[in-house]
Design a binder for this molecule. Sequence first.
Ligand code: ADP
Ligand code: MG
Length: 577
Amino acid sequence: MGNIHILDEASINKIAAGEVIERPASVVKELIENSIDAGANTIRIELTKSGKDSIRVTDNGCGMNRDDAALSYVKHATSKIRKIDDIETVRTMGFRGEALSSISAIARVEITTKTKNELSGTKIIIHGGTLVSILETGAADGTSVAVNDLFYNTPVRKKYLKSNTAELSRIMDIVSRIAIGHNDISFSLFNNGKELLRCPSSELPGTIIHIYGQEVARAMLPVDLESPVVRITGFISRPTLMRSSLDFQSFYVNDRSINSKAIGFALREGYGTLMPRGRFPIAVLKIDVDTHEVDVNVHPTKNQVRLSHEGDICDMVKQAVKNALSKNDLIPDIKIPLQQSLPYETPAADPLLVKEATTYFKPSARDTERRLRRSDRSGMENDGQNNEVPEVKVLGQVDSIYILAGTKNGLMIIDQHAAHERVFFELVRESKRDDSQELIVPINIELDSREKVLIKDTIPYLEEFGFRISEFGHDSFAVTAVPIVMGKLEDPQIVHDIISDILSEGKIKEETGIFERVTKSIACRSALKAGADCSVSQMENLIKQLFRTDNPYTCPHGRPTMVSFNRQELDKLFRRS
Ligand code: ADP
Ligand code: MG
């Protein structure tokens, strides 16, 4: 007997299911897509425990008769294509006939469905891929699929599920994306009986209001560019409205929500220098092309497509974005972010790194002075004089980013933002957590529905740092106090940035992780900016502050704060030895 054997059918199905169904959000996506394909104009999603216990998707689409229902959960059963060539022209979301079979293999599924022409409907129950029963039943027109106990028979997968908040956040992300892509369909989403999202069918701007809120919708610019082969429509945010993550970009090819680095890059290029480093525009871009131009069958989850003329389409996207931006009156005094032209490499490890403060408007001298003063603890107790301040003489500033200083026997170059970030990082880390100061005028921040879910879990941690945040009306939160280290807060954007830094990373895995994340974010947002002009005494002050820290040589993200060359190294550079 050899070692090779063929796996049994049940094992094959469970393995195959893993490709399509990774988590509750994948179930939600597949079921919604089936409802869309069934021509529904109202889709309701109900979860218990973020979908871990149950997911029910109910639609008013075409429904299935008894024979179709009995086949629907069988592998490779589809009504959408008949032969492989049909993929060339398929416009439906599904076509592989895998979703219901995959879901049924790893959960307890109950499908209730009825077509318009029939008087009674069908209820079919499948547990772990095995048919339990099929009965005639009374039912509304359309289909309701309930998926209970997901992964009950694949405990390993179940173990990999994240916290309820994290899973819910993914579901909200998917539902939001699909709702924007299909703004002609009404969506509602409930978790444990609570309504989280209601998005009635409307024109695209209306849907954007429902998903992202008024504030965002107001700052969006329309995009529309057409060529004989492709049409690009949608909305992009004005350069004044940026986010610190890519979560707010949705791309669609023929109504299918897709991930595409290339399109994301084209979008970015369209903004050119209008977009500061580490900030990302909000965008909804719909690309319509002839179906022959798209291969939708490159990935089991179908969230990637292959475009035959991807380069041309990306050029169009870039052009469409450019046109939209130039047609509209944008803020006049935009500064080209200086650091964009600097080719320094950034370590990839820390996701917060991309969110380092960037200069958009040149910081004022007052702002710079204030930031430096806030972090100055000389004369205070506990000023941690750990390192001897080396004898340095400030020689000047390069590009408002780097400080040049002469040392006893060489040259030192300091990155002013990284250096000040280190100072603040240690300050925040050591400050008493409840050192808080009331704001005279509370800062109002508007969050989208996904952020709203996340912030509830985050507030207790933020409060430990001295923030006080309370729900204020439907979509807004009011920040009434901030940590004392942040000083008199003149720029409310900082608070919004800190909160979105933290939310953009999604779930909170462990306490230490979140404390570190908040500390880094406060430090980064409070620190002196790259692009700020500094006087000699300010630079001297910064260097002094830096050398009082426990670890002056790297910023909290692990980047160097300074590089130095001693005399020998300088000699070598000039081949003097
Ligand atoms: P696919 O969507 O790739 O065809 P699925 O496994 O998702 O494969 O669904 C199998 C079939 O079941 C579909 O082709 C469709 O005919 C039917 N079906 C599934 N969900 C619904 C629904 N909500 N309404 C009507 N028919 C459905
Ligand atoms: Mg499907």
